[in-house]
Write a protein that binds this ligand. Structure first.
Ligand SMILES: Cc1cc2nc3c(=O)[nH]c(=O)nc-3n(C[C@H](O)[C@H](O)[C@H](O)COP(=O)(O)OP(=O)(O)OC[C@H]3O[C@@H](n4cnc5c(N)ncnc54)[C@H](O)[C@@H]3O)c2cc1C
Length: 290
């Protein structure tokens, strides 16, 4: 029978990992426990018979706090707790827009930000906002502590920079974000409980007269990893937020993405949606408020 460890402190995690280096970690289990039972893609996870370590009781992984101009979000913070947190509401309402459309209430109660990051799915709803916010992942092991930008942490679908016996401790996000428009949208097959066909996160700084002074964009589900294109962003700087400006960068978006056909949508449709999502920003044209 499989052993499941439920430690109360990180020290216990390190002890267990020393004894059982192959053990798999989980937090809410909404990805891992499902994959252990039903993995239609036939990945090795389906055949894994070793021990599991559940992180959900470790209080320090559930903390959200501010330190030195940054907000720390512990890896085991559930999506519901993230949405309810006053610091997140104040500084990153944007992240809440994304989490609101992640799964259903039970999934948001169980699922965590660390789990969403470590699953490293291009459809992960927290990823595009975290990319644009420049989130840094804190990784810990028994004897080390390292910080890796989220962009470098995610290597491909299901692949991360985590080494054996390391865990994601949490993410750090600078509070000093220079934007006055934030936008997140997920296009799915349904309005609720749908994995993204394409998603789009945008942070803009608009001048009073509606000129784009700063732009940060990230697209999900249109490539093996989240797509952020400096070319698209750069081409809009100094231009008014108009349909004409946005139209002029659509070819750059189409070049930046590399979608696949799957059961949810064709590559061609995803490419078109990625470009069209830019036009949602027009609602903020000619004024600089969120
Ligand atoms: C019905 C359903 C609907 C869903 N809808 C969405 C959706 O709309 N959008 C979306 O983005 N996702 C969705 N998901 C996926 C999932 O709920 C989220 O990705 C969630 O955030 C995963 O968090 P978790 O804590 O449950 O992860 P877990 O299942 O606990 O873990 C996921 C992976 O991360 C690893 N892991 C977890 N925590 C750590 C850590 N601290 N350190 C190292 N590794 C760790 C695990 O080993 C595992 O590989 C859905 C899932 C289900 C079942």
């Amino acid at each position: 029978m499989r052993e499941v460890f439920i430690p109360d402190h990180l020290d216990e995690v390190w002890d267990i990992l020393e004894r059982e280096p192959e053990a798999l970690l989980y937090a809410g289990g909404t990805d891992l426990l499902v994959r252990l039972r039903f993995d239609f893609a036939g990945s090795p996870v389906r055949r894994f018979a070793g021990s599991l370590i559940c992180l959900e009781r470790i209080d320090e992984l559930k903390s959200i706090h501010e330190a030195d101009g940054q907000i720390f979000i512990g890896s085991c913070v559930s999506h519901t707790k993230l949405m309810e947190n006053l610091l997140i509401q104040k500084h990153f309402p944007f992240l809440i827009q994304a989490v609101k459309v992640l799964g259903s209430p039970p999934i948001r109660n169980m699922g965590t930000i660390g789990g969403n990051i470590c699953t490293a799915s291009p459809a992960g709803d927290t990823l595009p906002p975290l990319y644009t916010l420049g989130a840094i992942v804190e990784i810990r092991s028994i004897d080390s502590n390292r910080l890796v930008p989220l962009k470098g942490f995610i290597k491909g679908p299901g692949k991360t920079a985590l080494q054996r016996s390391e865990i994601v401790y949490g993410v750090w996000i600078n509070t000093d974000q220079d934007y006055n428009v934030c936008y997140y949208e997920k296009v799915g097959q349904r309005k609720a409980l749908a994995i993204a066909i394409a998603s789009f996160a945008a942070l803009l700084k608009l001048s009073e007269s509606g000129i784009i002074e700063k732009a940060l964009f990230a697209w999900g589900s249109v490539a093996p990893v989240i797509v952020a294109s400096r070319e698209v962003e750069g081409a809009l700087i100094g231009r008014p937020l108009t349909a004409e400006s946005l139209k002029s960068v659509v070819p750059l978006v189409e070049k930046a993405v590399s979608p696949i056909d799957d059961v949810r949508a064709s590559a061609e449709y995803r490419r078109m949606v990625a470009g069209n999502l830019l036009f949602r920003l027009l609602q903020y044209g000619n004024h600089g408020s969120t």
